[in-house]
Design a protein around this ligand. Structure first.
Ligand SMILES: C[S@@+](CC[C@H](N)C(=O)[O-])C[C@H]1O[C@@H](n2cnc3c(N)ncnc32)[C@H](O)[C@@H]1O
Length: 237
């Protein structure tokens, strides 16, 4: 499998503003205390949970799972380089919050079922699973034409996953998380070059180069857009 190394590598997703805004959103969904236990599936560098850990003065460090061996992971979390399913299968711990942010689309439907079943049984009563994924409706992620085409294709699959999630017989709430991004074009071009999003992983060097040229012409010095996520919250009753 192609790996996502640069998603949160000095991008708006790893900015203090984004993390603060996301964690405020999280805390509105679930009352957490310093005793709360948190698992982050596909945590990347774990900065979001690291920051939340400091904010709440968590007694137990959040556990973050990722298949990518991020050497620069946030040291305020317990980082486990592992496949999420492998970890969940053997897990005996109970959590109050399980976060699956912009990661669910990387699994096939069979594995998504497994992840949800294992996650649900790893929750304390009242605990929640929070799944966030790109909002496929009026998505504003800056793209070049081929990227747009592939993103639209992947949205079809995302919508299918979403439909399956909605069908699950678990108490659920649907909400949105929006973040206003203001990014310098040259930084965004670097993100494209580093293939920050899974859509770009399979592109050839030439396709990336052409895409960079296209974005360079299409956008002004500063790129402004809304990073729109949709969120489903499953609660254990
Ligand atoms: C798009 S990133 C999202 C990172 C983070 N959740 C965030 O929103 O900032 C998806 C992450 O999932 C990880 N991932 C992909 N497949 C995985 C698996 N089977 N088990 C654990 N992590 C996985 C990737 O390595 C990547 O870091």
């Amino acid at each position: 499998m192609l790996s996502i190394k640069n998603w949160d590598n000095k991008t708006w997703i790893s900015s203090a503003k984004y993390i603060q805004s996301f964690n405020n959103f999280l805390l509105k969904q679930k009352k957490l205390t310093k005793h709360s236990k948190i698992l982050d599936i596909g945590c990347g560098r774990g900065k979001i949970m690291g920051s939340l850990s400091s904010k709440l003065k968590l007694i137990n460090k959040p556990v973050g799972l990722d298949i990518e061996n991020h050497k620069d992971f946030d040291k305020r979390i317990v980082f486990k380089k592992t496949n999420a399913i492998k970890y969940l299968k053997n897990n005996k711990k109970k959590f109050d919050l399980i976060l699956i942010k912009q990661t669910i689309h990387l699994f096939n439907l069979k594995d998504i079922k497994k992840i949800l079943a294992h996650s649900y049984s790893s929750l304390n009563i009242g605990g929640i699973i929070l799944i966030l994924t790109l909002d496929t409706k009026d998505n504003e992620i800056p793209t070049f034409s081929l990227m747009k085409q592939k993103l639209t294709q992947s949205f079809k699959r995302d919508n299918l996953i979403w439909k399956k999630l909605l069908q699950l017989n678990i108490k659920k709430t649907i909400i949105k998380f929006n973040f206003k991004v203001n990014i310098k074009k040259n930084i965004y071009l670097k993100m494209i070059r580093q293939r920050y999003i899974s859509t770009l992983l399979k592109f050839s060097s030439l396709q990336i180069l052409n895409g960079i040229n296209e974005i360079n012409l299409k956008y002004k010095k500063n790129i402004l857009f809304n990073d729109k996520l949709k969120c489903i919250i499953f609660t254990k009753v």
